[in-house]
Structure formats: C-alpha cells, structure tokens
Design a protein around this ligand. Sequence first.
Ligand SMILES: [Zn+2]
Ligand SMILES: [Zn+2]
Length: 312
Amino acid sequence: MITRRQFLETASAAAAVPLLRLQTPPSNEWGAPVFDLHHHMRPAPAGNLAHLDGAGITKANLLTRGPVLEQVKVLQAAAPGRFTWFSTFDITKPEAEASLTQAVKDGAQGFGELKFHVAADGPELRRIYALAADLGVPILVHFQEVDHFAGEGTWSSGYAASFEGLLKAYPKTRFIGHADAFWANVSADYRNEAAYPSGPIVRGGITDRLLRDYPNLYGDVAANSGNNALSRDPSFTPDFLERHQDKLLMGSDCSCADGHGGGVSQANNPAATRLAGKCVARETLTVLKKTASPAVFKKIVWDNAHKLIKID
Ligand SMILES: [Zn+2]
Ligand SMILES: [Zn+2]
C-alpha cells in the first residue's frame, strides 16, 4: 500500500506523459470496444493506462481497497471517461459498512473485490451483501478453496455448499462470481481437488446451473480461473457463452505491465503457470473472440458491463 504522498508524487511524474496519449483510447483491435471489469488499480496512473492501451482495452473498472478517492480522481482526470471504480474495505472491521457507503457516495459503482478469509455465508460477508442491495450496487466476490501456495487459506469459503442459499436469501443483491471455486464448479465432478482442474467438463456444474437459474448472478471471466474454464474443453465453451451471453463479463485480473505479458504475471501462483509471461486480458479476449459470435462477443466484452453499472 503506497502512501498518499507517494501516490501524488508518482501522479505528478505521470503528468509528464503527454496528455494526448492518455486521453486517446487504443485502436479497436478486437472488433468491439472492450471494458475490463477486473483491473486492480496500480500505484502510478501511467501504469494503469499502459495496461489498457497495450491490451486494446477501451475502459476499465478499478478494483480498489481502503481510502483511495484521491488516487481515483487523479487517474480519472488523466484519462477522462476511461475508468469507473469499485471499492472494498476490511469487512472484518465494524466500520466497513460506513466506509463502503461513503465510497458509493463518492462515486464507487460497486463493491469489489471482496477477498477475505471468511465463509461465503458468514456474518462478515452477509452484512455486505445486504448493504449492496440497499445501495443498489453489484458486489464482486472471490471464491477460492484450494491454496495457491502453502498456508494461503481459503477465501469466501463454502461456495459449492452455500452460495445457492445466498442467492435466494439476497434476491436484490447483484452478485458477480469470480475466482477458482466459482469457475472450477462449471464442471459437475469438481470436489475442490485442484485450483484449476483441466480436461473435459461434466455438464450440469453448479456455476452453470446458478447462472441459468438466478437473475441476480453474473460471472466475471477474469484471471487464470476464468480463462481456464473457457479453455479446458472446447466442446463446452461455445454453448456456455451462448447460454449466458447476458450474464458474463470480460475481466482480466492481469498484473502484466504492458498488455503484452511483460513484467510479472501470475506471481505466487505456480498452478497458473500456463499464463505466466502472457497477458491474461489478451488470452481471454482471444478465446472469447474465436468462440463467440460477434454479437455475443460484444455483449460479454462491453454491453453487459454497461447494463450492470453506469459507464460514461
Ligand atoms: Zn480475485
Ligand atoms: Zn496483461
């Protein structure tokens, strides 16, 4: 976490980047404009733009944590119209609800990502699901049961057993599912044995069924988890994209520096080496582009996010 002073210093250094470049969206190499729902805000404004421009992304949703309003404003001023933002705070702290409410007043359009070592149906997350419904904003949740490194621990645990009950209990909450457990459960035979299962998908998985049955559930295709689910069984993906064409959202969760796989990608996650040295955004856009019809592709990479949140 950088300090406010460090950020502003970096921000003024970034002012040296020609404004014209910051304000010009990249040429439309994907055949449709692209919105990245899952872009973790980077310390330097120019670092954020470098990823968007390098990967051919038009606009992105900044996932932030803690008090970041000033950083978000600097970035939005540097690149008008290219960034929306979601907020999260430590939900184990009593002030989480007040802080999140203030963030929405300040312009945050959702909560995310929620990634904490708590149960998916525990009291810490339940009060945030309820708050999201009250404030009318979607909530992006990271579900993970299998460690990426020794001692990591689970995040929003209990997805397979408890999430359907939560979709029922909070019908006005718009959930965006993300990460390993959400995507591994597209296959009906998944029992938490691997972070990223490979091979053929057994039809009728929990996530496929929940996307079909619950209008308040969306899926974020970000990260190795989303890419893996769309890549592991080419006979599954076309119909899956067709079935959920109004529910899936393009996200990258990519940490590469330049939108071409440069810098560090998949740090601390040996199970995800299939994407090491690659840009997750590019890899997932490529899968979507070659698998979905142009109309469905545009929904997933652009239109659906616009229906979910207000984007200039
Ligand atoms: Zn995540
Ligand atoms: Zn990238």
